[in-house]
Design a protein. Structure first.
Ligand SMILES: Cc1ncc(C[n+]2csc(CCOP(=O)(O)OP(=O)(O)O)c2C)c(N)n1
Ligand SMILES: Cc1ncc(C[n+]2csc(CCOP(=O)(O)OP(=O)(O)O)c2C)c(N)n1
Ligand SMILES: [Mg+2]
Ligand SMILES: [Mg+2]
Lengths: 337, 323, 337, 323
């Protein structure tokens, strides 16, 4: 299987779904670029080049550059989805949700319920999240817990290029609004990715490691850190299960509860701020449902309750890394580890 | 352009349905029979109907919290609407939406909206669908004077202009947003604002069905012809409070009564069509009575309708989802 | 002590703080009403009459009606706070956050951190939340979990009129941005409220009942339901501690952990949707920190993962009520209860 | 109105500081010495300085992601700014803000802003403070052409107008938002948009310091006199990419070079003041060299500065908070 970057995998999923279904259109700021300008057309292909090449193939009618107008174009995507298109809108950074959240959570997310089931809103919002890019407080947040909180939305957080391609294809084919999170420091990370189109179903976790001692549940980029931690812990005789839920909404409760019960020890890793986040969500779920099997407190490893600092010196301390995960695992394993 | 007699009858019928629908809701609310926020469109009928007479099912509208009139004008079933407002299972939205969220996408009615300024972006979407799939459709955003100050509205003007979308923005200026006068809240004016975005715009007397109809015809034809968006500033008045329960102390004394006697939309319509002998007053009376009876009948259905049950609480959140 | 309604208590706190400090201004849509209109001035005093009478006393320069323009006026409050005023902005329904969230979470909340501690932003956003008003999906949400997630914001949720007056005074005197949640069905509820000004500190929970068997932690309106449930459970011999954290951010972890450890059995009540909410937040906290003292799973009682339905028949099923709380308590007490 | 020789020297000095600041950042970024997103203001100096020459510490400005020039124009310390951009502990914001969040409220600089359209509402707030506390201050929002399409910007126009705030909106139209031309993205035009909101507006050549200075003088005097907000549409060009790292392939061939040779702001300023004998070219050269040396010195400090440490991570989140 060919190695592909996270960026390529997303580009490929978009391309294949656009080839497959004429109703799929993509829109966003500078997703092609160069509009109205004398120089190169498709000059940008998105701020980090993820959508490059799609405009030349599909034309300006299906690759729609927008003015800087998130509430209008995200709402436009919702309205288009409700009337027959399948738009994929790019919210450049999820940090910008604050200027357009209404169209996502009060409009798109609620159409179906408010309208008594007589609406489908097959739209996707692709968006960048996460710290580590030296992009400071307003371009580094996670915020998927906020979207996960909202009924009517689905939330996908791929942990590598393979996952990204399959989950994005599913997001586009899905009939509900999906928020698709891309970690901005992962775009160059490569794994094997099949050329042919495939989908990964929502609500089915991926167990990336199986072990006996501790279950680590992690999201997005953190899955990779969890895997690394598990590998290194294995060397000191601690065997971990690692669970990548893939989607936070729907959440694969069964796999989470099963793997938690099996080991009886759980660490949840979430890059997001600690309050009302996925670490609390999963911890609470486990504590309510497999209490009897638990041998130790459920540890949460998360970003701190602070905005993301600019200085690399601080940002590196900010992001939960492999050592913190290992330490948490050792802690609940108790003395001697 | 000239309206046929059938069209005139249809227009009057819709206006009468709206008036009766709203008048009965006013009574029912006062009697304590309807819960929640109810915003009535009585007095503004000529606008919704004048615009929607140009539309068919491939065309879409997005409405506001004051949505009943737009719904009826766009062809939604008043009975199912009434059931909805009473929170009944057979309501247009299964009782889940209520007055502020009535919608019928099969009729191109994209929903009343509880969020002021929520509709215009959605209309860009419907217009984009029409343009992309070449359906020949247009999309209309109804925007209150209050909503005309919301950022989402301005952004939609610009997006529609820049993308040359088949969209029309109908600013229904009933002179108040809640208790606040549009004379105060609107910097500049609606027509100049539209022009600032490069859109043609005109002011229209919203009590005059024929004026609305003609202005809407031009705007909609323009949009259908691929010539892009435009705006109508429709000046009119609402007869009831902002919502039911509003004591309306902010209005001037006799302000509503004067409008009712001098330029009631139904009255003006009737005068015009009888004076010009397009329709005779008997057939108009028949339409009025039929509308009255129809709404009374809807009301009876709504009162008799069954409530949704626990089984309905968690349906329709998603098309499919693994809980 | 005089009985006062929740509405009166809030009005009184605003009035007293405005009297106390000239820099306090209030702003919002129709908070006085009648602007530019020929009829009554102060015609509304807010959509539910909460700010009635303040404009006649303080004038239009300190009681600022706004156009419908949440992002401009909430951002204006942030900018005014950073430059020397102490604005209290009314976001009529918290459901409207989607059109102005950026100014709250990326601007006001982050100024101090982004600017290296060289900013204070003493603003309050008062906002209505909660179901039960037959106000349907876009006027009934809780959403405080979303604000609680954001570092830099404080979040207060008074459970009755006494709490409301003291917490609002504290919110206004506080130097950080505070989101103040008012449950719309509580405005007519009365309790004893002193006439003189007082503040209730943030991050100090109120233990409204003390008991041995189960700790119930609840927020806002749910505190009253929890108290009722506790009273009725007492009749069947189950003795409950009820904790009202008062603010979700900061959260009084000590009281929560202490009372949880004492009883070993915990039920958390949160009207909000179940995912990434305060029920998960508090459950996870307890599970991580007093696992050894727990005798039973931590139960969560929350609103469902669905938008709030309009029909009263459905909405009544939607809101977590006293019977559900009692059932949850009995469930973790085990057989025989 | 006439600028004094001292004012002219000060203006040129600030423009030179900005140019050198940005040119060195460009080099440092290319050398891999600065992380993150860096947006340079080189080429646009006449705008920030032409406006801010009218301001003092009671006045406030809100900037954009492209904020360095506004900071320097408003009197922020370039050394502390440079330390900030290098993420150092003694940076203007303790290293926590970085290029996109530089601020100094003590100088009335309310912050660069990572959110396009984030600034205008904040400026309404600063203007409200000035009006309420009667400080005599005014507040200026710098708005990019791209940001001019954001709803927050339009809402702020309206709020400033309706509340008659002492505010000025300076739309710096450098012809591009990222790679997208304003000729495409802006429906209508800036001046007509302002007029749609009832605000006076004028177009200004942003390469010409004197034109900006004069237009800003009028707008700011108007605001200070309690006559309300207005707008300037300043047309100019940026010399570097949207952010550092941008290959700028969307621009036409020779587009930047032509501006540089024909209407560089510093060049035009120098021509004008020497031709009119307001300043002589020797003193200008001294200013240039001093600016160059000053920035080199800032850069040295920035490189030598200490990094923040773990102890700094959780400070400044709140004024006080019980964790
Ligand atoms: C975003 C938002 N802000 C405020 C409200 C509360 N609200 C509901 S209707 C209304 C007034 C709307 O006025 P206008 O647009 O003129 O419509 P009208 O009621 O006059 O038909 C307000 C402020 C809301 N629903 N949504
Ligand atoms: C709300 C929001 N949307 C998009 C962006 C990404 N972005 C940053 S700068 C920029 C272009 C801004 O263009 P303009 O306002 O013309 O300013 P210029 O860069 O030309 O100075 C964009 C799209 C953002 N930071 N915030
Ligand atoms: Mg109105
Ligand atoms: Mg620009």
């Amino acid at each position: 299987m060919p190695m592909k970057s996270f960026r390529q995998a997303i580009n490929e999923a978009l391309r294949q779904e656009m080839e497959r279904d004429q109703r799929v259109v993509i829109m966003g700021e500078d997703i092609a670029g160069g509009l109205g300008a004398p120089g190169e057309d498709d000059a940008w292909g998105g701020p980090l080049g993820v959508t490059k090449g799609l405009m030349p193939q599909f034309g300006r009618n299906r690759v729609l550059d927008t003015p800087i107008t998130e509430s209008a174009f995200i709402g436009c995507a919702a309205g288009a989805a409700a009337t027959g298109l399948r738009p994929v809108a790019e919210l450049m950074f999820v940090d910008f949700m604050g200027v357009c959240f209404d169209q996502i959570f009060n409009q798109a997310a609620k159409f179906r319920y408010m309208f008594g089931g007589r609406a489908v809103t097959p739209m996707v919002v692709r968006t960048m999240y996460g710290a580590g890019f030296r992009a400071a407080s307003q371009h580094s947040q996670c915020l998927y817990p906020v979207f996960t909180h909202i009924p009517g939305l689905k939330v996908a957080i791929p942990s590598n290029a393979y996952e990204a391609k399959g989950l994005l294809a599913q997001s586009i084919r899905d009939d509900d609004p999906v928020i698709f999170f891309e970690h901005k420091v992962m775009y160059d990370d490569e794994v094997d990715v099949p050329d042919e189109p495939y989908t990964i179903p929502f609500g089915e976790a991926n167990v990336t490691r199986e072990g006996d001692d501790v279950t680590i549940i992690a999201f997005g980029r953190m899955v990779n850190f969890a895997n690394q931690a598990a590998d290194s812990l294995a060397a000191s005789g601690i065997s971990c299960t690692v669970v990548d839920p893939r989607t936070t909404s729907p959440l694969d409760k069964e796999t989470i509860l099963e793997t938690a019960s099996e080991t009886g020890r759980v660490v949840v890793i979430d890059e997001a701020h600690p309050r009302c986040n996925m670490a609390t969500d999963v911890s609470a779920l486990i504590c309510e449902n497999c209490f009897g099997d638990l041998k130790a407190p459920i540890k949460q490893v998360t970003g701190p309750h602070a905005p993301v600092p600019f200085s690399p010196a601080l940002e590196d301390l900010y992001v939960p890394g492999v050592p913190k995960i290992e330490a948490a695992v050792r802690e609940i394993m108790g003395k001697g580890h | 352009m000239q309206l046929s007699r059938d069209q005139l009858r249809a227009a009057y019928q819709r206006m009468c349905l709206i008036r009766n629908f709203e008048d009965s809701l006013h009574e029912e609310f006062s009697a304590g029979n309807i819960p929640g926020f109810v915003h009535l469109y009585a007095g503004e009928e000529a606008s919704g109907v004048g615009v929607c007479m140009h539309l068919d099912d491939r065309d879409a509208i997005a409405s506001t919290h004051r949505g009943h009139g737009h719904c009826i004008a766009k062809g939604c079933d008043p009975r199912a609407m009434m059931l909805e407002i009473f929170g009944k299972k057979d309501g247009l939205c299964g009782g889940k939406g209520g007055s502020m969220h009535i919608a019928d996408l099969s009729k191109g009615m994209m929903g009343a909206n509880g969020i002021v300024g929520g509709g215009p972006p959605l209309v860009c979407g419907a217009a984009l669908t029409a343009k992309t799939l070449k359906t020949g459709g247009v999309a209309i955003a109804f925007v209150g004077d209050g909503a005309s100050n919301q950022g989402t509205t301005f952004e939609s003007y610009n997006l529609a202009k820049v993308w040359n979308l088949p969209a029309v923005f109908v600013v229904e200026d009933n002179r108040y947003a809640e208790s606040t006068a549009s004379a105060w809240s609107v910097g500049g004016n609606q027509v100049d604002r539209a022009k600032g975005f490069g859109m043609p715009a005109q002011e229209v007397d919203g009590h005059d069905f024929f004026a609305v109809w003609e202005a809407a015809r031009q705007a909609i034809e323009r949009a259908r012809a691929g010539e892009g968006p435009s705006l109508l500033h429709v000046k009119l008045n609402r007869y009831y409070g902002h919502f039911e329960g509003d004591a309306i102390t902010y209005k001037g004394e006799g302000e509503i009564e004067q409008v009712k006697t001098e330029k009631d939309a139904l009255m003006l319509f009737k005068q015009r069509v009888t004076e010009t002998k397009l329709l005779d007053s008997e057939e108009l009376t028949v339409i009025e009575e039929e509308a009255k009876a129809a709404i009374a009948d809807c009301l009876a259905s709504a009162k008799a309708g069954a409530l949704p049950t626990e089984a309905d609480l968690m349906t329709d959140v998603y098309v499919d989802y693994k809980f």
